[in-house]
Design a protein around this ligand. Structure first.
Ligand code: COI
Length: 355
């Protein structure tokens, strides 16, 4: 890996910020973008020219390899405002590691992790005015890497771009959600790309998600590709189920995304005295727990969704319903939100100041 020194990031600022055109108290993630972007080029075997510049269109050759062979990966992060108005990041080092895990699987170059964290700090500090202050809102950060070499043929590209952009985001769900246990399409098989945050994984999920939504569900619950029994993850989240007082979440089998919210929730629940087991769990076990009265709560975890409380899982023609009260899910949501805005002490060392 080449050595770019962190002080090499060149910043060119916009003349006029667009931030005043947006009502940050009422934003929906993904529609509005901040003034700047961070860009770094990979050429001749080296990451070079790290820079923050005004957000603009990127000229793309029609043969850019990402468009044809899908060498495209991304991360999701959120920045919040701390007590003295400074911008905070949540475990950016974990995103840096996961990006490289994805890059490795997709035959892409690794990105220097210290540069990743420094770039995110400088970029977020610059875009601080775009961070919504409402509880549960945040500035969603989207680091991504794609192959921009123009070439027709099947091999790893030799040139890439790493970019970070940002979009102010309100809470994704303000109600409980319904999942559809998918028994026709699959998300991931062992040895595939399920553990990578690869754009193609999301592309393959779009049609099944549309079908689920057309039938009144919010997201797809993916099952194992062999017997459609073991639960894997949900469209944009990992999943936790509380049965008989204990939490279970599917273990990272190699085909499940290693969620940063997931790992944080495991630590948080354990610190509060809950037992959390990472193990294979079947949809039948959840159905049995529902039938014998031991099914207590379920929620999804993800950067974009935060904590999404689950109301129901549609399994064949049956609706597995969760009890209305879900006090632990609420506690997890509130605690994470409070840590992220420094309302309570961050005992875990997750929060990173940007300046
Ligand atoms: C995230 O939670 O950051 C994601 O990547 C989900 C995204 C597809 C909206």
């Amino acid at each position: 890996m080449n050595e770019i020194k962190i002080f090499d990031i060149k910043t060119t600022k916009v003349e006029h910020s667009k931030v005043n055109e947006i009502d940050l108290d009422n934003v929906t993630m993904g529609f509005n973008f901040t003034d700047h972007m961070f860009v770094c080029d990979y050429e001749n075997g080296q990451w070079q020219n790290p820079r923050i510049e005004p957000l603009e269109l990127i000229p793309t050759h029609p043969a850019a390899m990402a468009l044809h062979y899908g060498q495209a990966i991304f991360e999701g992060m959120k920045a919040t405002l701390g007590k003295n108005g400074n911008a905070l990041l949540f475990r950016p080092d974990e995103n840096a590691k996961r990006l490289n895990h994805s890059a490795d699987r997709m035959g892409m170059p690794l990105f220097p992790e210290d540069l990743f964290v420094e770039a995110l700090k400088q970029f977020t500090a610059l875009e601080k005015n775009w961070i919504p202050s409402k509880v549960g809102s945040a500035l969603y950060l989207r680091p991504f890497m794609y192959a921009d070499e123009p070439f027709i043929g099947m091999r790893a590209a030799t040139s890439y771009k790493f970019i970070v952009m940002a979009s102010p985001a309100g809470p994704m769900y303000s109600r409980k959600i319904k999942l559809f246990a998918e028994k026709k399409y699959v998300r991931a098989v062992n040895g595939g790309t399920g553990e990578a945050k690869a754009a193609g994984n999301y592309a393959a999920a779009i049609r099944p998600t549309e079908y689920a939504k057309a039938n009144g569900y919010d997201q797809v619950l993916w099952l194992d590709p062999y017997n459609f029994e073991y639960i894997q993850e949900v469209g944009t989240m990992n999943i936790f189920i509380k049965i008989g007082g204990k939490f279970v979440t599917p273990d990272l089998s190699g085909s499940i995304l290693s969620g940063i919210t997931r790992m944080s929730v495991i630590d948080l629940l354990r610190s509060k005295g809950f037992e959390v087991t990472e193990r294979p769990i079947t949809i039948s076990e959840i159905e049995d727990a529902s039938n014998n009265g031991t099914l207590e709560e379920a929620f999804g975890t993800g950067t974009a969704v935060g904590i999404a409380m689950i109301e129901e899982i549609g399994n064949n023609d049956l609706a597995i319903k969760f009890p209305e009260n879900n006090p632990v899910s609420v506690m997890v949501n509130d605690t994470l939100n409070a840590i992220k805005v420094q309302d309570i002490k961050d005992e875990f060392g997750w929060i990173v100041e940007t300046k």
